[in-house]
Design a binder for this molecule. Structure first.
Ligand code: SAM
Length: 538
């Protein structure tokens, strides 16, 4: 085919003909670059006009081109060459964004079959007036080259319907052949990507250049990467991130995001594409963006990029992800007697529009702060779901109902012990159809159980408040209660402090640190004293 050594036109089972790699094609390679042999106008015309317009073009083709054109796939019935040509165009035409032209037929590009997890991307390149196809990932010799026929990513059912209606085939690509649960997972991801697109807003004024919007873009990029390598939505998402950071004066991150966007477009569309040319200058000089300096609250210069971070830490820096501080770095630990953070059952909100606990952001209610319900297990019963009977911080009874997917079975029996304490993040008091009000628990991430009674936990809390916190640079020795700035921390839990080994021995043997130290190494308990870590769970 056209002297190219990268691919050949072959029979592909169940798909008619297709292009197959006949050598390894590295990611980013321009597989083909082609001019149309026939074009169709942008505006709709009647069939007769169209047939004449097309016949004139077919007649002017060389014999080889004409044969090649007339051998192309045709989904429509015909009685003469004019109707056949129209059918071939309707089956194969690719979009062309040039003045007055709406689409065209390309003798090679139009032989490429579809896959929902395509390994190549098609693109009309207006600067060279050619259609290009680039490898989105390494394509090994023998693999079929595939592109995506549809516009937007959508669920399996929608994709299948569109491909059937428009192109007359049933797609059996890897994504369409996933087992049902995996396919639903994939659909959910696509749905969320779509939702995030709305939340992010688009282009200039409609976009809010806030940390929240950057979080949405971060999530979107993570979902794209979970979908598989080389998703065509990635460059746009990186450009969004570049705009948000540069609008806040952050040139270091803005430059990196812009570079990633340009790199993505370079891979998918080539260095001479409109996107690379338009945004390449942004990567070179991010301060040129009109939005630069809308706010200067994240101000950095282009080269203020941290060195020596591992990949995860670098991504955390880049996306401005907050990392919870290590407990021993905190000067104040959460006080479990603070009723704002640890309310009793009676003080819990009973809906997520309770404005003492929630605020409305972008149309949804979000927690104003962390709060945890603490209760000691006094009994447990499983009928339809696990139900724990608890006593709260005021010694009042309440119940916790497990409406998680596992209905409580996700907990090991050894965790559900009378006398253990449960902490539930963002607990709400709910009225149930039968029985007394209780807490409806749905997300396993939001619950932890500590192997200690509530009373003991509060006593431990009192010691933590007295001996682990720093006031005006001063801490208190747990062995002799001396207040000084020069104490040594317990090497095991790193939360209690001592003058010397004598005081440490007193603390360990006489003041209960032997038992408490073990408890304080429990990561979930450390999370609780560190105010529960992040909003994503306890
Ligand atoms: C633009 S043509 C592609 C080249 C075509 N296979 C040929 O033989 O010329 C589009 C047609 O190819 C077939 N096709 C493309 N992708 C396919 C797929 N994933 N599975 C089955 N058939 C496919 C369908 O018949 C579709 O209408």
């Amino acid at each position: 085919m056209n002297g190219s050594s990268m691919y050949a036109l072959r029979d592909v089972p169940g798909k008619g003909k297709g292009l197959v790699a006949i050598e390894n094609i590295p990611k980013g390679t321009r597989i083909l670059s082609e001019q149309p042999v026939i074009t169709t106008p942008e505006r709709q015309r009647d069939n007769e006009w169209l047939k004449t317009h097309i016949s004139q073009q077919v007649d002017s083709l060389s014999e080889h081109q004409r044969q090649s054109f007339l051998s192309m796939h045709n989904l429509y019935p015909y009685q003469n060459v004019a109707e056949q040509s129209l059918g071939i165009i309707r089956t194969n035409s690719l979009p062309i964004e040039a003045d007055g032209i709406g689409g065209g037929v390309f003798l090679e590009a139009c032989r490429i079959n579809h896959a929902c997890d395509n390994n190549a991307q098609k693109n009309w390149n207006q600067s060279i007036k050619r259609h290009t196809v680039h490898a989105l990932r390494d394509i090994p010799k023998g693999e079929e080259i595939t592109i995506y026929y549809l516009g937007l990513d959508s669920s399996r059912a929608i994709r299948q319907k569109k491909l059937q209606d428009k192109f007359g085939f049933f797609c059996s690509c890897r994504l369409c052949s996933l087992p049902i649960e995996k396919s639903q997972e994939n659909d959910k991801r696509l749905e969320r990507i779509d939702e995030l697109d709305d939340l992010i807003g688009r282009d200039g004024m409609l976009m809010k250049f806030s940390l929240r919007t950057l979080r949405y873009v971060d999530e979107r990029v993570r979902l794209y990467n979970e979908q598989g390598p080389g998703n065509s939505g990635l460059p746009r998402a990186y450009l969004d991130a570049a705009q948000i950071t540069i609008a806040n004066g952050d040139l270091a991150r803005g430059r990196i995001f812009a570079e990633r966007a340009v790199e993505g477009w370079r891979t998918a569309c080539g260095s001479d594409s409109k996107e690379v040319m338009e945004h390449g200058s942004l990567a070179r000089n991010p301060a040129k963006l009109q939005l630069y300096g809308l706010s200067m609250k994240w101000k950095t210069s282009s080269d203020e990029v941290p060195q020596g971070l591992d990949q995860n830490d670098f991504e955390d820096w880049l996306w401005r992800r907050e990392k919870p501080k290590k407990l021993e770095q905190l000067e104040q630990l959460a006080d479990l007697r603070n009723r704002e953070i640890f309310p009793s059952f009676a003080a819990l909100p009973n809906s997520n529009s309770d404005l003492d606990f929630y605020k409305k952001v972008d149309g949804t209610y979000q927690p104003l702060r962390h709060w945890y319900f603490l209760g000691e297990i006094v009994d447990s019963i499983t009928l339809h779901h696990l139900e724990l009977e608890l006593t709260d911080i005021d010694d009042k009874k309440s119940s916790l109902h497990f409406y998680t997917d596992g209905r409580g079975s996700e907990l090991a029996p050894a965790q559900i012990q009378k006398g253990y304490t449960v902490a539930v993040l963002y607990a709400q008091c709910r009225v149930f159809t039968y029985g007394d009000p209780g807490i409806r628990h749905e997300d396993p991430q939001m619950l932890k159980i500590f192997p200690v009674s509530l009373k003991k936990l509060l006593e431990l809390n009192d010691q933590v408040q007295q001996f682990s916190t720093k006031v005006d640079g001063i801490r208190t020795c747990h062995g002799c209660s001396k207040k000084t700035a020069s104490l040594n921390r317990c090497g095991k839990c790193s939360l209690f402090w001592y003058c010397d080994s004598g005081c440490q021995r007193t603390g360990w043997n006489e003041r209960g640190h032997k038992a408490n130290c073990k408890l304080l190494k429990h990561p979930d308990l450390r999370g609780l004293f560190g105010r529960g870590g992040t909003r994503d769970g306890l």
